[in-house]
Structure formats: structure tokens, C-alpha cells
Write a protein that binds this ligand. Structure first.
Ligand code: FAD
Ligand code: NDP
Length: 456
């Protein structure tokens, strides 16, 4: 008979924590989960889901305009920000309830409150102490804001979903996933958006052709993208929304007046206040929990998954890591996560979808590569009046003919790349792409009809 209260104590009810708790309980383990806020974590409450809903909302702006090219006439479209916020909040509350039912039905003991370690097998929530054979830390991450004067006048992505009033002019600091997505969303919903990126390009780590193409398309759509733009301080100014506006001062002297400034400058692991040091859990220089291939920390009984540890900050990655831990603890331990060919999308307007190596990374890894690339206007826009274009690129390892990189900017890029990711993980070669019959007329068929390589 176990002397512990629980077999598994999960700290954090986000993507990774909920999946791990539910799966472990379904395998007969005695599981507790502590959550300090709403169930579902970042993804459900202030991440993937509300962001995608707002991205859909923003997409209608173009749809109304483009419909005219197809013969439609409608009244002047009007956007109601408060209505969108309310409908989103209602849907998120529904999802919080779904998560609660899933956990309760699986037999997980839910504990509301802030949890911290008291030792390798001890967790405290409020006044209560609990013991567990294994503790799983799945506390996610939080926005990182650079240390510059006036930083308190800026917002982070969590605050954008209920922003009041709707900003006439939004400044977005950063050029990564969140910066590009929120710039597209607020631009689509009718704000003037200025994006300030300290670098010479957006989306660091993505293929260089893709990110240049995306910057052009976002610029055409109306986002004012300022590259090599180093923010030096923020200052409160008289105009603008509740409490006045904000002036962004760049190190090159330029001043930009805005109603709101969003810091989208990365996310840090949530390891503060967990008393990890009491158990001796080691952190890396970013403050992330250091884990081995089985997500075990430097303390044998403490595991960590998702944004709080060291890997890719994506929901499906946190889910896969959760399944691996559960399998290691309560199954046959044969499951593992392969971080090669993880597909990802950035829900900009137009969308980005990518899988595998960038051209640069592929050259470094494989030596000689062959590049196929295409840029065109989608059939949809021959009548819509839109000047949006599509970009597609394949990176092929010349020696093996394997497609090692697939990159796209265009409508539904995330949906399209998801399917191709399966083929890429299965090791599909360019010859296999070439013998695959296309679906006509689609945008995606271009991936199986690119015949002429780019000349170096
Ligand atoms: P989280 O989901 O962050 O969950 C951690 C939970 O732990 C939280 O609920 C928190 O309240 C709780 N917690 C923290 N400390 C304690 C404590 N001491 N005691 C009790 N509870 C605690 N990923 C995608 O794949 N696709 C997307 O489109 C996407 N969009 C995103 C958009 C935004 C704006 C953001 C910010 C992120 C987005 N992500 C997206 C990333 C994704 O949300 C995260 O990778 C994912 O949520 C990580 O899951 P997690 O379980 O590690 O942590
Ligand atoms: P990212 O790492 O994607 O981007 C951070 C941006 O901030 C970069 O452009 C970076 O510049 C810039 N930056 C960093 N530090 C500073 C600084 N001190 N001053 C000025 N600029 C700075 O982080 P995000 O916050 O956008 O998103 C966090 C993570 O959440 C993502 O990496 C992703 O894993 C996940 N996410 C996933 C989404 C999806 O799947 N669609 C959507 C949203 C988030 P530089 O380029 O020079 O490094």
C-alpha cells in the first residue's frame, strides 16, 4: 500500500497538465491537479483559442470587401468589439467547463490554488500539505517584458483579449509569433498598427524567403512594419484610451503616439514561487526546469513538461510530452517525442505554415540542397480584387531526394502544412511529391507540381 496521498500530483491545469492528469487517472493512478486560475491554461484562456477566434474575426474585413468582386452587395459592415469580446468570453467559459468535466469524470482530484513544493514528494496548496510519489510541474510560461523605462505603460498579450476601448493606434513591440499574429488581428479589426522589430526581419528562426515574403504581405495589408527599430522607452501621453495614450520612443529618436503598446517580446518559464529549490530542482540560465529525455528533472520524483521546461513552446508539443510522461510512469515507457519535423503555423493574415528545416539550416545539416519555390496569385483573388499573393517553398536534401523543409505563406497554410507534415515525417522524397496527383484547382496542389529547381 502506497504511503503517499497520490501517485501523481500535477501542478498546473494547462495543456500539458490536464492531459497528463487525465491520462494517468484513466490508467488507474490516484491523481491530483492544482490550478491557481482557470482550467485550460494559456492556450484555452489567453492563447491559441481566443487568438484564433479573433483571427477569424479579423479575416471578415477582407471577406466583406472581396465579396463585391463576386457580385455581392451588402450594407456597410460595422464591427462591434464588445460583442466579439463577450462571445469569446462565453465560449472560453464553456471550454473551462469541458476541461473540468473531463478531469472530474476521469477521477482526478481538483485542488484550487497556488501550489509549491515542500520537498521531492511534497506539495503545499494554501494551508494543506499533500504527498505524491511523483510530482509533475506543468506551470507554463508568462510574458517577458524587457527592462526599459516606462515598461509599465505597455501591455502583454494576456491583456489584449479584453482591451478597452478598442485602440485606434496600436504599437506592437517584437517580431515573433505573438507580435505578427496580434498585428494582423488588430489591423484586420480596424486599428492602425505599427510593429517595431529590433532585428532586420520578422519571425527569427523561420526560412529567410518566407519571412521576407510575409513582411511584404503584412505591409500590403496595412501593417506599418518598422525593422531595426529599437524601443528605448515608453511615456504616458495625454491622448488615447482610458488613462491616456502612450508614446513609444525609439533609440533612433523617432516618437510614435499610440493608444496602446503591446510587448510581444517572448515568454519566460513559470518557475518563480514554486519553491523548486526546496526540492533541489535544477534550472537553466533562462530559468527553465532542466529535464532529461523522459522529462525527469534533476530530482528523481519531479518531472516537468511544456513551456516550463526547455523545449518548443507549442500546445501539441506539451500534449505529446504529457503522454510520454504518463507512459513512462504508468505504461510500458516506449513512447517518446521526436522534435524533428514539428509543423507550426503563425496565424497572420495571410497565414504562415512550416515544417522541417529552413534553407539555411538544411544546408548546414545536409550539405547540398535543391530549392523549389513558387509565388503566385490564388484563383480566389482573380475576381476578389485582392492583391494578396501566395508563397511556397520546398527544401530537398539533394543526396537522398528527401523533402526536408516545406514553407508556405497563404490562405489556410496551417491546414495545408499539417497534412504534408505526415508525409515529411514518413520520409517522403521529392519524387514522391512529383508522382502525387494534385487536387485541382487548389492552392495546395502547387506543392506537388513544382518541377524546376531554383538556380543557385
Ligand atoms: P499553460 O497552458 O501555460 O498552463 C500552465 C498552467 O499552470 C496555467 O493554467 C497556470 O495558471 C498554472 N499555474 C502556474 N503556476 C502554478 C502554481 N504554482 N500552482 C497552480 N497552478 C499554476 N501554441 C500553439 O500550439 N498554437 C497556437 O496557436 C498558440 N497560440 C498562442 C497564442 C498566445 C497569445 C500565447 C501566449 C501562446 C500561444 N501558444 C500557441 C502557446 C501555447 O499556449 C503554450 O505552448 C501552451 O499553453 C503550453 O502549455 P503548458 O501546459 O506548458 O502551460
Ligand atoms: P517569440 O520568441 O516568437 O518572439 C519574441 C520576439 O521578441 C522576437 O521578435 C524577439 O526579437 C523580440 N525580443 C525579444 N527580446 C526583446 C527585447 N529585449 N527587446 C525587443 N525585442 C525583443 O515569442 P512570442 O512572445 O511571440 O511568443 C512566445 C512563444 O509562444 C512562441 O515562441 C511560440 O512558441 C508560442 N506561440 C505560438 C503561436 C502559434 O503556434 N501560432 C502563437 C503565439 C505564441 P528577435 O527576433 O531579435 O529575437
Amino acid at each position: 500500500m502506497s504511503t503517499y496521498d497520490f501517485d501523481l500530483f500535477v501542478i498546473g491545469g494547462g495543456s500539458g497538465g490536464v492531459r497528463a492528469a487525465r491520462m494517468a487517472a484513466q490508467r488507474g493512478a490516484r491523481v491530483a491537479l492544482a490550478e491557481v486560475a482557470e482550467l485550460g491554461g494559456t492556450c484555452v484562456n489567453v492563447g491559441c483559442i481566443p487568438k484564433k477566434l479573433y483571427s477569424y474575426a479579423a479575416g471578415y474585413a477582407d471577406a466583406f470587401e472581396e465579396a463585391a468582386g463576386y457580385g455581392w452587395t451588402a450594407g456597410e459592415p460595422r464591427f462591434d468589439w464588445d460583442a466579439l469580446k463577450q462571445r469569446r468570453a462565453h465560449e472560453i467559459r464553456r471550454l473551462n467547463g469541458v476541461y473540468r468535466s473531463l478531469l472530474e469524470n476521469a477521477g482526478v482530484t481538483l485542488i484550487a490554488g497556488w501550489a509549491q513544493l515542500t520537498g521531492p514528494h511534497g506539495v503545499q496548496v494554501g494551508e494543506r500539505h499533500h504527498s505524491a510519489r511523483t510530482v509533475l510541474v506543468a506551470t507554463g510560461g508568462m510574458p517577458f517584458v524587457p527592462d526599459l523605462p516606462g515598461r509599465e505603460h505597455g501591455l502583454v498579450s494576456d491583456a489584449m483579449f479584453d482591451l478597452a476601448p478598442f485602440p485606434k493606434h496600436l504599437v506592437v513591440v517584437g517580431g515573433g509569433y505573438i507580435a505578427c499574429e496580434f498585428a494582423s488581428i488588430f489591423n484586420g479589426l480596424g486599428a492602425k498598427v505599427t510593429l517595431l522589430q529590433r532585428n532586420a526581419h520578422l519571425l527569427n528562426g523561420f526560412d529567410h524567403d518566407l519571412r521576407e515574403f510575409l513582411a511584404r504581405e503584412m505591409g500590403k495589408a496595412g501593417v506599418d512594419i518598422q525593422l531595426n527599430a529599437d524601443l528605448s522607452m515608453l511615456r504616458r501621453s495625454g491622448e488615447g484610451g482610458e488613462g491616456g495614450g502612450v508614446t513609444a520612443v525609439l533609440s533612433r529618436g523617432q516618437q510614435i503616439e499610440a493608444d496602446a503598446v503591446l510587448f510581444a517580446t517572448g515568454r519566460s518559464p513559470n518557475t518563480q514561487g514554486l519553491a523548486l529549490e526546496t526540492a533541489g530542482v535544477a534550472l537553466d540560465e533562462r530559468g527553465a526546469i532542466v529535464v532529461d529525455g523522459n522529462y525527469r528533472s534533476s530530482v528523481k520524483s519531479v518531472y516537468a513538461i511544456g513551456d516550463v521546461s526547455t523545449r518548443l513552446q507549442l500546445t501539441p508539443v506539451a500534449l505529446a510530452e504529457a503522454m510520454t510522461v504518463v507512459d513512462a510512469l504508468f505504461g510500458d515507457g516506449r513512447r517518446s517525442v521526436d522534435y524533428e519535423y514539428v509543423p507550426t503555423a503563425v496565424f497572420t493574415h495571410p497565414n504562415v505554415g512550416t515544417c522541417g528545416y529552413t534553407e539555411t539550416a538544411a544546408r548546414a545539416r545536409f550539405g547540398q540542397v535543391t530549392i523549389f519555390s513558387s509565388e503566385f496569385k490564388a484563383l480566389r483573388h482573380t475576381l476578389s480584387g485582392s492583391n494578396e499573393r501566395v508563397f511556397m517553398k520546398l527544401v530537398v536534401d539533394t543526396a537522398s531526394d528527401r523533402v526536408v523543409g516545406l514553407h508556405m505563406v497563404g490562405p489556410d497554410a496551417g491546414e495545408i502544412v499539417q497534412g504534408f507534415a505526415v508525409a515529411m515525417r514518413a520520409g517522403a522524397t521529392k519524387a514522391m511529391f512529383d508522382t502525387t496527383i494534385g487536387i485541382h484547382p487548389t492552392v495546395a496542389e502547387e506543392f506537388v507540381t513544382m518541377r524546376e529547381p531554383m538556380t543557385a
